[in-house]
Design a protein around this ligand. Structure first.
Ligand SMILES: O=P(O)(O)OC[C@H]1O[C@H](OP(=O)(O)OP(=O)(O)O)[C@H](O)[C@@H]1O
Ligand SMILES: Nc1ncnc2[nH]cnc12
Length: 179
């Protein structure tokens, strides 16, 4: 009998996408498989069951599908961290640097209430720029990002350490050494 599939079995690695030199870690096959998706959502949620989490914040686009599922499991609300220009006002904005480029993300001023305990959920942490921008926006609205959960961590890019330095506990299901 074949052993059950684990998270890394479902992740594809695509060299030189979207730019030369980038090894793109693709969680699309994981999310497309019923058992894989359940495994991922369950493992992302597990450390936080029973904790006071008011909201999950998920960055566009893959953080929406994972964060929404985790929020449902935790009976929490969901706050969408969107790329610039996608949300109606009033919004607050934050610039950040990516592994391959630069961007601005926005959050609705109504998405987080003062005192909210927030869990960040995304598919992957690389430089931590996206996650750090999310933390800054949540704090500007009076909430606190207490923890963050990712399917993939790329430790060489330093994102995990950056988040931990901000007091955010980091939970990742798979780490890939090197780029
Ligand atoms: O830790 P960082 O260096 O900030 O990188 C991680 C972010 O990059 C990817 O999203 P991307 O911005 O490519 O957006 P997409 O999901 O819309 O493709 C990924 O889904 C994370 O959100
Ligand atoms: N190497 C990578 N693979 C997939 N998504 C990413 N986002 C930032 N870096 C990435």
């Amino acid at each position: 009998m074949k052993p059950p599939k684990t998270i890394p079995d479902y992740i594809r690695t695509i060299p030189d996408y979207p730019h030369a030199g980038i090894l793109f870690r693709d969680v699309t096959p994981l999310c497309a498989d019923a058992q894989g998706f359940r495994l991922a959502v369950d493992q992302l949620t597990l450390p936080f069951t029973g904790q006071k989490i008011d909201k999950v914040i998920g960055p566009e686009a893959r953080g929406f599908l994972l964060g929404g599922a985790v929020a449902h499991q935790l009976s929490a609300g969901f706050a969408a961290l969107r790329k610039q220009g996608k949300l109606p006002p009033p919004v607050i904005a934050q610039n950040y640097a990516l592994e391959y480029g630069e961007a601005t993300v926005e959050l609705s001023e109504h998405a987080i209430l003062p005192g909210d305990q927030v869990l960040l959920v995304d598919d992957l942490i690389a430089t931590g720029g996206t996650a750090e921008a999310a933390v800054a926006l949540v704090e500007r609205l009076g909430g606190t990002v207490v923890a963050a959960a990712f399917i993939v961590d790329l430790p060489v890019l330093g994102g995990r350490k950056r988040l931990e330095a901000l007091g955010v506990k980091v939970h990742a299901l798979v780490a890939y050494e090197g780029l």
